[in-house]
Write a protein that binds this ligand. Sequence first.
Ligand SMILES: [Fe+2]
Length: 451
Amino acid sequence: MNHPTDPHKMTQAGTSVGTHAGYMPGFGNDFETEALPGALPQGMNSPQRCNYGLYGEQLSGTAFTANPPERTWCYRIRPSVKHSHRYEKIELPHWKSAPCVDPDVISLGQYRWDAVPHSDEGLTWLTGMRTMTTAGDVNTQVGMASHFYLVTDSMEDDYFFSADSEMLVVPQEGRLRFATELGIIDLEPKEIAILPRGLVYRVEVLEGPARGFVCENYGQKFELPGRGPIGANCMANPRDFKAPVAAFEDREVPSTVTVKWCGQFHTTKIGQSPLDVVAWHGNYAPYKYDLRTYCPVGAILFDHPDPSIFTVLTAPSGQPGTANIDFVLFRERWMVAEDTFRPPWYHKNIMSELMGNIYGQYDAKPQGFVPGGMSLHNMMLPHGPDREAFEKASNANLGPDKLDNTMSFMFETRFPQHLTPFAANEAPLQDDYIDCWTSLEKKFDGTPGKK
Ligand SMILES: [Fe+2]
Protein backbone atom coordinates (compact mmCIF):
# COMPACT_ATOMS: atom_id res chain seq x y z
CA MET A 1 0.00 0.00 0.00
CA ASN A 2 1.39 3.37 -0.99
CA HIS A 3 1.59 6.19 1.49
CA PRO A 4 -0.22 9.16 -0.02
CA THR A 5 2.60 11.64 0.55
CA ASP A 6 5.62 9.35 0.65
CA PRO A 7 5.19 6.42 -1.77
CA HIS A 8 8.63 4.99 -0.89
CA LYS A 9 8.36 5.06 2.91
CA MET A 10 10.95 2.57 4.22
CA THR A 11 11.29 1.03 7.64
CA GLN A 12 14.69 1.96 9.02
CA ALA A 13 16.74 0.09 11.65
CA GLY A 14 16.57 1.70 15.08
CA THR A 15 20.33 1.64 15.48
CA SER A 16 23.14 1.90 13.02
CA VAL A 17 25.25 -0.82 14.55
CA GLY A 18 23.70 -4.19 13.92
CA THR A 19 22.02 -6.64 16.18
CA HIS A 20 24.15 -7.07 19.32
CA ALA A 21 23.37 -4.41 21.91
CA GLY A 22 26.51 -2.79 23.23
CA TYR A 23 28.77 -3.92 20.40
CA MET A 24 29.60 -2.93 16.84
CA PRO A 25 30.32 -5.67 14.29
CA GLY A 26 33.35 -5.95 12.01
CA PHE A 27 37.07 -6.61 12.12
CA GLY A 28 39.36 -3.59 11.89
CA ASN A 29 36.55 -1.26 10.93
CA ASP A 30 36.79 2.46 11.34
CA PHE A 31 34.14 2.66 14.05
CA GLU A 32 32.52 5.70 15.59
CA THR A 33 30.50 5.77 18.81
CA GLU A 34 29.42 8.29 21.42
CA ALA A 35 27.90 7.77 24.87
CA LEU A 36 26.47 11.30 24.94
CA PRO A 37 24.78 12.92 21.94
CA GLY A 38 27.03 15.26 20.04
CA ALA A 39 30.19 14.28 21.92
CA LEU A 40 31.92 13.07 18.77
CA PRO A 41 33.13 15.84 16.44
CA GLN A 42 31.88 15.33 12.92
CA GLY A 43 34.01 15.90 9.85
CA MET A 44 37.19 16.67 11.82
CA ASN A 45 39.30 15.38 14.69
CA SER A 46 40.53 18.47 16.54
CA PRO A 47 37.96 21.23 16.86
CA GLN A 48 39.15 24.31 18.70
CA ARG A 49 36.82 23.39 21.56
CA CYS A 50 35.27 19.93 21.90
CA ASN A 51 31.65 19.56 22.95
CA TYR A 52 30.96 19.07 26.69
CA GLY A 53 34.44 20.47 27.45
CA LEU A 54 36.04 17.17 26.47
CA TYR A 55 39.69 16.78 25.54
CA GLY A 56 40.63 15.25 22.18
CA GLU A 57 43.42 12.67 22.21
CA GLN A 58 44.81 10.15 19.76
CA LEU A 59 45.83 6.61 20.74
CA SER A 60 48.20 5.17 18.11
CA GLY A 61 48.61 1.40 17.88
CA THR A 62 50.97 1.53 14.91
CA ALA A 63 53.61 3.94 13.73
CA PHE A 64 51.90 6.96 12.14
CA THR A 65 53.08 5.88 8.70
CA ALA A 66 52.12 2.19 8.87
CA ASN A 67 49.84 1.03 6.09
CA PRO A 68 47.13 1.06 7.21
CA PRO A 69 47.74 3.10 10.36
CA GLU A 70 45.75 1.97 13.36
CA ARG A 71 44.68 4.73 15.68
CA THR A 72 41.67 5.90 17.63
CA TRP A 73 40.57 9.40 18.49
CA CYS A 74 39.22 9.67 22.02
CA TYR A 75 37.12 12.50 23.46
CA ARG A 76 37.53 12.30 27.19
CA ILE A 77 36.90 14.12 30.47
CA ARG A 78 40.62 14.45 31.16
CA PRO A 79 43.57 13.82 28.85
CA SER A 80 45.59 10.69 29.68
CA VAL A 81 48.44 12.78 31.12
CA LYS A 82 46.11 13.34 34.07
CA HIS A 83 45.84 9.57 34.54
CA SER A 84 49.59 9.13 34.82
CA HIS A 85 51.81 10.54 37.55
CA ARG A 86 55.11 9.46 39.14
CA TYR A 87 55.70 5.72 38.91
CA GLU A 88 56.69 3.30 41.62
CA LYS A 89 58.02 -0.13 40.79
CA ILE A 90 56.07 -3.12 42.11
CA GLU A 91 56.57 -6.87 41.89
CA LEU A 92 54.15 -9.33 40.33
CA PRO A 93 56.39 -12.37 40.71
CA HIS A 94 54.22 -14.82 38.78
CA TRP A 95 53.88 -12.64 35.68
CA LYS A 96 57.03 -13.16 33.60
CA SER A 97 58.22 -11.71 30.31
CA ALA A 98 60.66 -12.96 27.70
CA PRO A 99 63.53 -13.44 27.84
CA CYS A 100 62.96 -15.55 30.93
CA VAL A 101 65.39 -18.45 30.70
CA ASP A 102 66.01 -20.13 34.04
CA PRO A 103 69.18 -22.25 34.02
CA ASP A 104 67.53 -24.74 36.38
CA VAL A 105 64.50 -25.29 34.16
CA ILE A 106 64.52 -27.66 31.20
CA SER A 107 62.29 -26.51 28.37
CA LEU A 108 63.42 -29.20 25.91
CA GLY A 109 60.61 -31.72 25.98
CA GLN A 110 56.95 -32.49 25.52
CA TYR A 111 54.94 -31.26 28.46
CA ARG A 112 51.38 -31.43 29.66
CA TRP A 113 49.65 -29.89 32.68
CA ASP A 114 46.33 -30.37 34.41
CA ALA A 115 44.29 -27.24 35.03
CA VAL A 116 45.88 -25.07 37.70
CA PRO A 117 43.48 -25.38 40.66
CA HIS A 118 41.96 -22.44 42.47
CA SER A 119 43.20 -21.73 45.97
CA ASP A 120 41.70 -19.85 48.93
CA GLU A 121 43.79 -16.83 48.01
CA GLY A 122 41.88 -13.87 46.62
CA LEU A 123 43.34 -13.05 43.22
CA THR A 124 42.74 -10.27 40.73
CA TRP A 125 43.55 -10.10 37.03
CA LEU A 126 47.01 -8.83 38.00
CA THR A 127 47.87 -11.04 40.97
CA GLY A 128 46.20 -14.09 39.43
CA MET A 129 48.27 -14.18 36.24
CA ARG A 130 50.52 -17.27 36.11
CA THR A 131 53.04 -17.29 33.29
CA MET A 132 53.71 -20.73 31.83
CA THR A 133 55.98 -20.01 28.87
CA THR A 134 57.79 -17.11 27.27
CA ALA A 135 59.26 -16.78 23.79
CA GLY A 136 61.24 -14.08 21.99
CA ASP A 137 62.03 -10.78 23.66
CA VAL A 138 59.61 -8.23 25.05
CA ASN A 139 62.18 -5.44 24.60
CA THR A 140 62.41 -5.91 20.85
CA GLN A 141 58.67 -6.60 20.53
CA VAL A 142 58.90 -10.11 19.14
CA GLY A 143 57.47 -13.31 20.56
CA MET A 144 54.88 -14.01 23.21
CA ALA A 145 54.07 -15.35 26.64
CA SER A 146 51.39 -17.82 27.62
CA HIS A 147 49.59 -17.57 30.93
CA PHE A 148 46.90 -19.18 33.01
CA TYR A 149 44.73 -16.71 34.86
CA LEU A 150 42.96 -17.47 38.12
CA VAL A 151 40.66 -14.62 39.13
CA THR A 152 38.35 -14.46 42.14
CA ASP A 153 38.23 -10.72 42.92
CA SER A 154 37.27 -7.70 40.90
CA MET A 155 39.68 -4.81 40.51
CA GLU A 156 38.27 -1.91 42.58
CA ASP A 157 39.52 1.53 41.59
CA ASP A 158 42.51 -0.30 40.13
CA TYR A 159 43.33 -0.11 36.46
CA PHE A 160 45.91 -1.64 34.20
CA PHE A 161 47.50 -1.32 30.82
CA SER A 162 50.23 -3.24 29.06
CA ALA A 163 52.63 -1.22 26.96
CA ASP A 164 54.33 -4.51 26.10
CA SER A 165 51.61 -6.47 24.49
CA GLU A 166 48.29 -7.17 22.94
CA MET A 167 46.40 -9.64 25.16
CA LEU A 168 44.36 -12.50 23.70
CA VAL A 169 42.07 -13.85 26.44
CA VAL A 170 40.58 -17.35 26.21
CA PRO A 171 38.21 -18.05 29.14
CA GLN A 172 37.71 -21.61 30.30
CA GLU A 173 35.61 -21.04 33.44
CA GLY A 174 33.66 -18.10 34.92
CA ARG A 175 32.63 -14.77 33.43
CA LEU A 176 34.63 -11.55 33.37
CA ARG A 177 33.88 -7.95 32.49
CA PHE A 178 36.61 -5.88 30.87
CA ALA A 179 35.68 -2.27 31.57
CA THR A 180 37.97 -0.44 29.15
CA GLU A 181 38.58 3.11 28.05
CA LEU A 182 36.73 2.34 24.82
CA GLY A 183 33.77 0.43 26.28
CA ILE A 184 32.65 -2.72 28.05
CA ILE A 185 33.34 -6.31 26.98
CA ASP A 186 31.65 -9.16 28.86
CA LEU A 187 33.40 -12.46 28.28
CA GLU A 188 32.59 -16.10 28.96
CA PRO A 189 33.90 -19.49 27.83
CA LYS A 190 33.61 -20.14 24.07
CA GLU A 191 34.41 -16.48 23.46
CA ILE A 192 37.76 -14.69 23.18
CA ALA A 193 38.73 -11.08 23.70
CA ILE A 194 41.59 -9.02 22.30
CA LEU A 195 42.84 -6.09 24.35
CA PRO A 196 45.20 -3.87 22.38
CA ARG A 197 48.52 -2.58 23.63
CA GLY A 198 48.18 0.59 25.70
CA LEU A 199 44.44 0.30 26.40
CA VAL A 200 43.54 1.03 30.04
CA TYR A 201 41.02 -1.30 31.67
CA ARG A 202 39.83 -2.91 34.87
CA VAL A 203 38.66 -6.51 35.16
CA GLU A 204 35.54 -7.38 37.16
CA VAL A 205 34.36 -10.86 38.09
CA LEU A 206 30.77 -11.40 36.92
CA GLU A 207 30.77 -15.07 37.85
CA GLY A 208 33.68 -16.60 39.70
CA PRO A 209 36.05 -18.08 40.20
CA ALA A 210 37.31 -17.44 36.69
CA ARG A 211 40.05 -19.36 34.94
CA GLY A 212 41.43 -19.26 31.45
CA PHE A 213 44.37 -18.71 29.18
CA VAL A 214 46.11 -15.60 27.90
CA CYS A 215 48.43 -15.19 24.95
CA GLU A 216 50.46 -12.04 25.42
CA ASN A 217 51.54 -10.91 21.98
CA TYR A 218 54.66 -8.75 22.03
CA GLY A 219 54.70 -8.33 18.25
CA GLN A 220 52.48 -6.99 15.51
CA LYS A 221 48.76 -7.12 16.14
CA PHE A 222 46.59 -10.11 15.41
CA GLU A 223 44.83 -9.97 12.07
CA LEU A 224 42.62 -12.25 10.05
CA PRO A 225 44.60 -14.78 8.00
CA GLY A 226 44.35 -14.62 4.24
CA ARG A 227 42.00 -17.36 3.02
CA GLY A 228 43.78 -17.94 -0.29
CA PRO A 229 41.83 -20.25 -2.60
CA ILE A 230 39.13 -20.73 0.07
CA GLY A 231 37.84 -17.34 -1.01
CA ALA A 232 35.67 -14.80 0.73
CA ASN A 233 33.86 -16.93 3.31
CA CYS A 234 34.30 -19.44 6.15
CA MET A 235 36.90 -19.68 8.90
CA ALA A 236 36.54 -16.50 11.01
CA ASN A 237 34.25 -13.99 9.36
CA PRO A 238 34.82 -10.27 10.01
CA ARG A 239 31.22 -9.55 11.00
CA ASP A 240 31.50 -11.88 14.01
CA PHE A 241 34.09 -9.68 15.72
CA LYS A 242 32.48 -7.17 18.07
CA ALA A 243 33.95 -3.90 19.31
CA PRO A 244 32.23 -2.22 22.28
CA VAL A 245 30.27 1.00 22.04
CA ALA A 246 31.62 3.96 24.01
CA ALA A 247 31.11 3.91 27.79
CA PHE A 248 32.56 6.19 30.45
CA GLU A 249 32.45 6.88 34.16
CA ASP A 250 32.91 10.23 35.92
CA ARG A 251 34.29 8.82 39.15
CA GLU A 252 36.39 10.99 41.47
CA VAL A 253 38.06 8.55 43.88
CA PRO A 254 41.68 7.70 44.66
CA SER A 255 42.72 5.16 42.06
CA THR A 256 45.76 3.20 40.99
CA VAL A 257 46.98 2.47 37.48
CA THR A 258 49.42 -0.40 37.03
CA VAL A 259 51.55 -0.41 33.90
CA LYS A 260 53.44 -3.32 32.35
CA TRP A 261 56.39 -1.83 30.50
CA CYS A 262 59.40 -3.80 29.21
CA GLY A 263 58.52 -6.73 31.46
CA GLN A 264 58.37 -4.66 34.64
CA PHE A 265 55.41 -3.39 36.61
CA HIS A 266 54.91 0.09 38.00
CA THR A 267 51.99 1.85 39.65
CA THR A 268 50.87 5.44 39.60
CA LYS A 269 48.30 7.09 41.89
CA ILE A 270 45.58 9.30 40.46
CA GLY A 271 42.43 10.89 41.82
CA GLN A 272 39.81 9.58 39.43
CA SER A 273 38.82 6.78 37.09
CA PRO A 274 40.74 6.86 33.82
CA LEU A 275 37.77 5.26 32.03
CA ASP A 276 36.50 8.67 30.95
CA VAL A 277 36.27 8.41 27.15
CA VAL A 278 32.82 9.73 26.25
CA ALA A 279 33.15 9.25 22.49
CA TRP A 280 35.67 7.74 20.09
CA HIS A 281 36.27 6.90 16.49
CA GLY A 282 38.97 4.82 14.85
CA ASN A 283 40.22 1.34 14.07
CA TYR A 284 42.32 0.59 17.18
CA ALA A 285 39.93 -0.96 19.67
CA PRO A 286 39.29 -4.00 21.83
CA TYR A 287 36.97 -6.66 20.50
CA LYS A 288 35.51 -10.03 21.25
CA TYR A 289 34.69 -13.01 19.12
CA ASP A 290 32.41 -16.00 19.67
CA LEU A 291 34.37 -19.16 18.83
CA ARG A 292 31.10 -20.92 17.97
CA THR A 293 30.88 -18.73 14.89
CA TYR A 294 34.16 -20.13 13.55
CA CYS A 295 33.30 -22.06 10.36
CA PRO A 296 35.86 -24.85 9.96
CA VAL A 297 36.99 -25.96 6.52
CA GLY A 298 38.64 -29.35 6.04
CA ALA A 299 39.07 -32.56 4.13
CA ILE A 300 36.08 -33.80 2.14
CA LEU A 301 37.59 -36.81 0.34
CA PHE A 302 40.95 -38.04 1.68
CA ASP A 303 43.95 -36.87 3.76
CA HIS A 304 43.70 -33.70 5.73
CA PRO A 305 45.33 -30.28 5.52
CA ASP A 306 47.84 -28.81 7.95
CA PRO A 307 46.28 -27.37 11.11
CA SER A 308 46.84 -23.89 9.72
CA ILE A 309 43.46 -24.47 8.07
CA PHE A 310 41.97 -23.79 11.52
CA THR A 311 43.70 -20.42 12.10
CA VAL A 312 41.37 -17.88 13.67
CA LEU A 313 43.84 -15.01 13.97
CA THR A 314 47.46 -14.56 13.02
CA ALA A 315 50.02 -12.09 14.33
CA PRO A 316 52.54 -11.65 11.54
CA SER A 317 56.29 -11.42 11.86
CA GLY A 318 58.48 -9.65 9.33
CA GLN A 319 58.66 -12.87 7.32
CA PRO A 320 55.60 -13.56 5.16
CA GLY A 321 53.88 -16.84 6.03
CA THR A 322 55.81 -17.24 9.27
CA ALA A 323 53.72 -16.00 12.14
CA ASN A 324 54.90 -14.49 15.37
CA ILE A 325 51.77 -16.23 16.69
CA ASP A 326 48.93 -18.17 15.14
CA PHE A 327 45.79 -18.68 17.20
CA VAL A 328 44.32 -21.97 15.98
CA LEU A 329 40.98 -23.52 16.98
CA PHE A 330 40.10 -27.23 17.05
CA ARG A 331 36.34 -27.34 17.44
CA GLU A 332 33.39 -29.60 16.66
CA ARG A 333 33.41 -30.79 13.06
CA TRP A 334 32.59 -33.67 10.78
CA MET A 335 35.26 -36.13 9.70
CA VAL A 336 34.47 -37.73 6.36
CA ALA A 337 37.81 -38.50 4.68
CA GLU A 338 38.01 -41.98 3.11
CA ASP A 339 40.92 -44.38 3.65
CA THR A 340 42.59 -41.79 5.82
CA PHE A 341 44.28 -41.66 9.21
CA ARG A 342 42.07 -38.92 10.53
CA PRO A 343 43.74 -37.59 13.71
CA PRO A 344 46.70 -35.23 13.46
CA TRP A 345 49.67 -37.11 11.99
CA TYR A 346 53.00 -37.62 13.73
CA HIS A 347 55.22 -34.65 13.13
CA LYS A 348 58.06 -32.35 14.12
CA ASN A 349 57.65 -28.63 13.62
CA ILE A 350 59.97 -25.63 13.58
CA MET A 351 57.13 -23.69 15.20
CA SER A 352 56.46 -24.41 18.86
CA GLU A 353 52.94 -25.42 19.78
CA LEU A 354 51.21 -24.59 23.03
CA MET A 355 47.71 -26.01 23.35
CA GLY A 356 44.86 -25.50 25.80
CA ASN A 357 41.62 -27.40 26.27
CA ILE A 358 38.50 -25.28 26.74
CA TYR A 359 36.15 -28.26 27.02
CA GLY A 360 35.69 -31.84 25.92
CA GLN A 361 38.08 -34.39 24.47
CA TYR A 362 40.80 -33.80 21.88
CA ASP A 363 40.97 -36.42 19.13
CA ALA A 364 44.72 -37.10 19.24
CA LYS A 365 44.70 -37.54 23.04
CA PRO A 366 41.50 -39.18 24.32
CA GLN A 367 42.80 -39.17 27.89
CA GLY A 368 44.93 -36.83 29.92
CA PHE A 369 44.49 -33.57 28.01
CA VAL A 370 41.78 -32.25 30.31
CA PRO A 371 39.60 -29.13 30.17
CA GLY A 372 41.60 -26.27 31.62
CA GLY A 373 44.81 -28.18 30.90
CA MET A 374 47.69 -27.16 28.70
CA SER A 375 50.34 -28.94 26.64
CA LEU A 376 53.55 -27.83 24.99
CA HIS A 377 55.27 -29.43 22.02
CA ASN A 378 58.33 -27.31 21.66
CA MET A 379 60.35 -26.48 18.56
CA MET A 380 61.41 -29.59 16.57
CA LEU A 381 60.26 -32.06 19.19
CA PRO A 382 58.24 -35.02 17.86
CA HIS A 383 54.65 -35.65 18.88
CA GLY A 384 51.40 -37.10 17.63
CA PRO A 385 48.59 -39.43 18.64
CA ASP A 386 49.01 -41.70 21.63
CA ARG A 387 48.58 -45.45 21.18
CA GLU A 388 44.87 -45.46 22.01
CA ALA A 389 44.19 -42.76 19.43
CA PHE A 390 46.42 -44.45 16.85
CA GLU A 391 44.82 -47.88 17.20
CA LYS A 392 41.30 -46.52 17.21
CA ALA A 393 41.88 -44.37 14.13
CA SER A 394 43.73 -47.14 12.28
CA ASN A 395 40.92 -49.64 12.77
CA ALA A 396 37.82 -47.47 12.64
CA ASN A 397 35.08 -48.05 10.10
CA LEU A 398 35.32 -44.79 8.23
CA GLY A 399 31.87 -43.41 7.80
CA PRO A 400 30.96 -39.80 8.42
CA ASP A 401 31.84 -39.19 12.05
CA LYS A 402 31.18 -36.10 14.11
CA LEU A 403 33.81 -34.89 16.52
CA ASP A 404 31.47 -33.50 19.14
CA ASN A 405 31.94 -31.84 22.50
CA THR A 406 35.45 -30.65 21.73
CA MET A 407 37.10 -27.24 21.77
CA SER A 408 40.84 -26.86 22.08
CA PHE A 409 43.17 -24.22 20.76
CA MET A 410 46.81 -23.62 19.99
CA PHE A 411 49.14 -20.65 20.42
CA GLU A 412 51.77 -21.48 17.81
CA THR A 413 54.86 -19.31 17.56
CA ARG A 414 57.96 -19.25 15.41
CA PHE A 415 60.07 -19.05 18.59
CA PRO A 416 60.98 -21.77 21.08
CA GLN A 417 59.00 -21.46 24.29
CA HIS A 418 60.79 -21.46 27.63
CA LEU A 419 59.08 -22.81 30.71
CA THR A 420 58.87 -20.56 33.74
CA PRO A 421 59.84 -21.93 37.16
CA PHE A 422 56.10 -21.91 37.95
CA ALA A 423 55.38 -24.18 34.96
CA ALA A 424 58.23 -26.51 35.85
CA ASN A 425 57.81 -26.67 39.62
CA GLU A 426 54.41 -25.42 40.81
CA ALA A 427 51.84 -26.03 38.07
CA PRO A 428 50.34 -29.56 37.97
CA LEU A 429 52.79 -31.03 35.47
CA GLN A 430 51.98 -34.57 34.30
CA ASP A 431 55.32 -36.26 34.78
CA ASP A 432 54.20 -39.28 32.78
CA TYR A 433 53.10 -37.40 29.66
CA ILE A 434 56.10 -38.53 27.64
CA ASP A 435 55.04 -42.13 28.37
CA CYS A 436 51.86 -41.76 26.30
CA TRP A 437 53.85 -42.90 23.27
CA THR A 438 55.77 -45.70 25.02
CA SER A 439 53.32 -48.46 24.14
CA LEU A 440 53.34 -47.68 20.42
CA GLU A 441 54.66 -50.90 19.01
CA LYS A 442 56.83 -51.87 16.07
CA LYS A 443 54.57 -53.49 13.50
CA PHE A 444 57.09 -53.83 10.70
CA ASP A 445 58.56 -57.29 10.12
CA GLY A 446 59.44 -57.05 6.44
CA THR A 447 56.21 -58.70 5.26
CA PRO A 448 54.86 -56.89 2.21
CA GLY A 449 51.18 -56.07 2.28
CA LYS A 450 51.02 -56.13 6.08
CA LYS A 451 49.00 -53.31 7.56
FE1 LIG B 1 51.70 -30.52 16.61
